[in-house]
Design a protein around this ligand. Sequence first.
Ligand SMILES: Cc1cc2nc3c(=O)[nH]c(=O)nc-3n(C[C@H](O)[C@H](O)[C@H](O)COP(=O)(O)OP(=O)(O)OC[C@H]3O[C@@H](n4cnc5c(N)ncnc54)[C@H](O)[C@@H]3O)c2cc1C
Length: 331
Amino acid sequence: MEDYDLVIIGAGPTGLFATFLAGLRDINSITLEALDYVGGQIPELYPEKPVYDVQGIPKINAIKLRDQMYEQARTFNNKIELNSKVTDIVKEDDIFKIEVNGVQKYTSKAVLLCTGIGDFTPRKIGCEGEDKFLNKGLTYTVKDTSKFKDLTVAVVGGGDSALDYATELANTAKHVYIIHHSENFKAAEKTIDLARKNEKITFLVNSSVVSIDGGSKLESIKIKNEVTNDISELGLDALVVAIGHVGKANIYKSLPLQLSPNKRGVMVNSKLETNIPGVYAAGDVASVEGEPANPLIAIGGAQAYQAINYIKKYINPQAAFFGGHSSNLKI
Ligand SMILES: Cc1cc2nc3c(=O)[nH]c(=O)nc-3n(C[C@H](O)[C@H](O)[C@H](O)COP(=O)(O)OP(=O)(O)OC[C@H]3O[C@@H](n4cnc5c(N)ncnc54)[C@H](O)[C@@H]3O)c2cc1C
């Protein structure tokens, strides 16, 4: 087994920044990422979108931001391992044994969970034909809108992702339908407004998909009107299901972490400590006692900074909490 002072789990925005900070504080760390690429939600859910709210960067394409985060994470050459899903963590005599893809591979004095919304298992509609037409017209994410050029597409969902996808797809698709089971959308007002004003988008509210049909690829869907119970058929080339992800925070059977009430996050105090000494959490996975969820890149970054400083002191109680300003470095 390889020994480290710190194992960081997840190489999304929070884990990448934590990797940089571990290097900055001279902590011998390894970052383990389940996927074969870094960036978490950015490459998985919104690679083509512009991001406006990262301090000091007025506007940046999301994937470019991810690339810059990765470059920063590599500053001190702290290790980042891809295709490394942490499947269990065993604590023995204040040392953590980290199991990756079913095999115990690393030991560590501390653990920082940066696992965000988990391993991106999409929530399914659960209707007939859903599994059959996966990747044959049905998808759960939109990574490249050009693939939908001149197609008739429906997006299922009522949140930011669904409405954003619809607006983006309308740039290239022939027509876009938004299918939502209610009249109320859980998205930013501006996002709803943009979609509503788009002439290429038709809203089908109070509507649920009850089956997906076709031959070798998806050709149509059946929709139930939740008010009248009427069933209608809609001819389509593609269906995007964007109804969220199944949160799986408690994936470490040997580590009894205290989860948030909705079981999607891990409870932390103001020092980003979980209920298990030596285990910290930052970013979207961290549920701070008494505070509402605030899933933002900048918040995860600030939490990573706090967590790394507390971890430094946990590993070496003689160390200072504050490690100085990076502008004083010669690197
Ligand atoms: C459509 C959309 C638009 C957004 N726009 C913005 C925006 O404009 N500005 C903004 O600030 N925020 C935005 N966000 C939110 C932002 O992307 C998140 O707050 C951010 O990604 C959280 O980073 P994270 O590293 O904590 O988690 P994530 O990005 O979820 O990354 C977690 C990583 O951990 C990995 N992982 C999970 N479990 C394991 C495991 N067991 N072993 C190994 N690896 C594991 C995952 O594969 C993933 O790579 C947006 C989100 C979405 C969905």
